[in-house]
Design a protein around this ligand. Structure first.
Ligand SMILES: Cc1cc2nc3c(=O)[nH]c(=O)nc-3n(C[C@H](O)[C@H](O)[C@H](O)COP(=O)(O)O)c2cc1C
Length: 183
């Protein structure tokens, strides 16, 4: 049985999302004591503070999944030089009501993949700002700005080529980061 459970939030709802593929592939780079669950954010309503007192079921489910996790990994697309609205919506939902945020204290990792040359760097900087406010200790290095090119994934969906070594190093650092905060 895994000792550390990590919630994975993918900042894209696209069926063939590269970021979802990346989220699936990096989970395979972790040791067996770690397990990963991609949380569903596509069924969340638009955040409305009026509903804080009685949040709908998908919101309660999301908060429960984040609360029970030992850490959170965000794997996000970049939309118009920021994070996609669906990701911000999910973050806002699980941060409320005030004082009952599910995110606080969870060790976080941030990655992103884009067809663009800077590989979601701007979106990730915006996200880091939000995570700092949410009091999530966030792994600083290595930064993972992944440009999607032919051959990034092999036919089995694993990372291939030089990116594999880089992302293995990223995962090794994140594993140590989670253990540090769990101790
Ligand atoms: C609304 C929208 C805005 C986008 N803006 C950016 C952007 O600012 N920077 C970038 O590198 N790519 C941008 N893209 C291209 C995305 O990188 C590309 O669609 C990528 O495949 C999205 O990630 P996904 O495959 O996980 O859905 C944008 C795409 C959409 C649909």
């Amino acid at each position: 049985m895994s000792q550390y459970e990590i919630a994975v939030v993918v900042g894209s709802l696209r069926r063939d999302s590269f970021n979802r593929k990346l989220a699936t592939a990096i989970a395979r780079l972790a040791p067996p004591e770690f397990s990963f669950k991609q949380v569903n954010i596509g069924d969340l309503p638009l955040y409305n503070q009026d509903n804080d007192a009685a949040p709908p079921e998908p919101v309660r489910r999301l908060k429960g999944e984040i609360t029970s996790a030992n850490g959170v990994i965000f794997v996000t697309a970049e939309y118009n030089r920021s994070i996609p609205g669906v990701l911000k919506n999910a973050i806002d939902h699980a941060s409320r009501p005030y004082g009952q945020s599910a995110w606080a204290g969870k060790p976080a990792g941030v990655l992103g993949a884009s067809v663009g040359a800077i590989g979601t760097a701007v979106a990730q900087q915006h996200l880091r700002n939000v995570l700092a406010y949410l009091d999530m200790p966030t792994l600083g290095q290595p930064e993972a700005f992944i440009q999607v090119k032919e051959g990034l994934f092999d036919p089995a969906g694993d990372i291939s080529g030089s990116s594999k070594q880089f992302l293995q190093g990223w995962m090794d650092r994140y594993v140590a980061w989670v253990k540090k905060y769990a101790a």
